[in-house]
Design a protein around this ligand. Structure first.
Ligand code: MG
Length: 387
């Protein structure tokens, strides 16, 4: 029986993970859950899965949960960063699913690693902003980081049993999001509700907007650099609108291995949870006769500059990736709230990066400082745009 703690249990990944756990009761037990604000959903999750420790975003939500909870025996209800850390390092857990969105996932993910837990990683921002520290710490603790992100799960699967020095490059695929065929002019006018309608994947708001701007792919390039210890010139991106090939690996003899499947996050989540085993599920199988043509295109970085910004931030390294990510988080929130245009996203991020004095080989403290600084800069930039 594998004991699981979930950071972000009421989000899209958390809900899918609990669906897998519920259908495999002999394999998994939930021991701890952390959520943000959705008190009514976590109440239902507690009543179904009986975790011992639960954490919410703040004291008010934790008190509210305490009031409405009917099963109170032996449940510890916590809140804030301390609560997240306690869920992440919860004594009986074997594995922690890191599925909080954004830079907020970093500290609890590090807490899980420091407590010796294997990590099933959905929170790509952790790797983007502190990939070096996280991978070093994981190595030191002897724990595994198993990718949940579908592209990285694909590459992880394609690399299984392969000799590392035979690897030539990896090719991350991107659906291209809802605006892949829009003109630059049309992109200026796209509304948040359009950006939030992803053609292939059902996901949280932040990652859906990131998919539309291609920032998601940029963050995934940096994530791949650290997860698989690659150089940036060995990481390529192709637009693949059908989202059937989840990513590919090319070897020195010209052979390419691809992992295919229907676009459903439950497949990569389950693989991270059961690796190196596989389990059955009740999802429809991929029917290649019905998918039609599989297409691949070069991404248009003139129309979607976020991808190039991410590559550049990754290559220049230091605290630049943390700044890229923080500015993006602030800009995406402003876009969702209707404060800025879709095409403002890359401009804001680029301006904040241009002002930043990157710190080489940053400590965790320096990364968090850069993140904080970038959020202030991005907010000021947005305020100036509005006023
Ligand atoms: Mg992905």
């Amino acid at each position: 029986m594998k004991k699981i703690a979930i950071l972000g249990s009421t989000g899209s990944i958390g809900i899918s993970a609990l669906d897998i756990i519920e259908k495999n009761p002999k394999r998994f037990e939930v021991v701890a859950l952390a959520a943000g604000q959705n008190v009514s959903l976590i109440k239902k999750q507690i009543e179904k899965f009986h975790p011992r420790v639960v954490a919410l975003k703040n004291k008010e939500k934790a008190l509210k949960l305490g009031e409405i909870l009917t099963v109170k025996n032996n449940i510890k209800i916590l809140y804030g960063e301390e609560g997240l850390k306690e869920v992440a390092s919860c004594a009986p857990a074997d594995m922690v699913i890191s599925a909080i969105s954004g830079a907020a996932g970093l500290i609890p993910t590090l807490a899980a690693i420091e407590a010796g837990k294997d990590v099933a990683l959905a929170n790509k921002e952790t790797m983007v902003i502190a990939g070096e520290i996280v991978t070093k710490q994981a190595k030191q603790m002897g724990i595994k980081i198993l990718p949940i992100d579908s592209e990285h799960s694909a590459i992880f699967q394609c690399l299984e049993g392969q000799k590392r020095n035979n690897l030539s490059r990896i090719i991350l695929t991107a659906s291209g999001g809802p605006f892949v065929n829009f003109t630059k002019k049309e992109l200026k006018e796209v509304k948040p509700n359009q950006a939030l309608r992803h053609p292939k994947w059902k996901m949280g708001k932040k990652v859906t907007v990131d998919s539309a701007s291609l920032m998601n792919k940029g963050l995934e390039v940096i994530e791949a650099r650290w997860l698989f210890n690659l150089e940036y010139n060995n990481i390529d991106v192709l637009i693949h609108p059908q989202s059937i090939v989840h990513s590919m690996v090319e070897f020195i003899d010209g052979s390419i291995l691809a992992q295919m499947g229907i676009p459903d996050m439950r497949i990569p989540i389950a693989y991270a949870l059961t690796y190196p085993e596989r389990i059955t599920n009740d999802l429809p199988p991929l029917n290649l006769l019905e998918t039609g043509n599989l297409e691949f295109y070069k991404p248009d970085i003139k129309k979607f500059p976020c991808l190039a910004l991410a590559y550049n931030a990754g290559i220049s390294g230091g605290t630049n990736p943390a700044v890229l990510n923080a500015a993006n988080e602030v800009a995406v929130e402003a876009y969702i709230n209707g404060k800025i245009k879709f095409t403002d996203l890359p401009n804001i991020i680029e301006k904040v990066l241009a002002l930043h004095d990157s710190v080489e080989n940053p400590s965790l403290e320096e990364i968090l400082q850069a993140d904080h600084w970038a959020r202030i800069q991005a907010s000021q930039n947005i305020e100036r745009k509005i006023s």
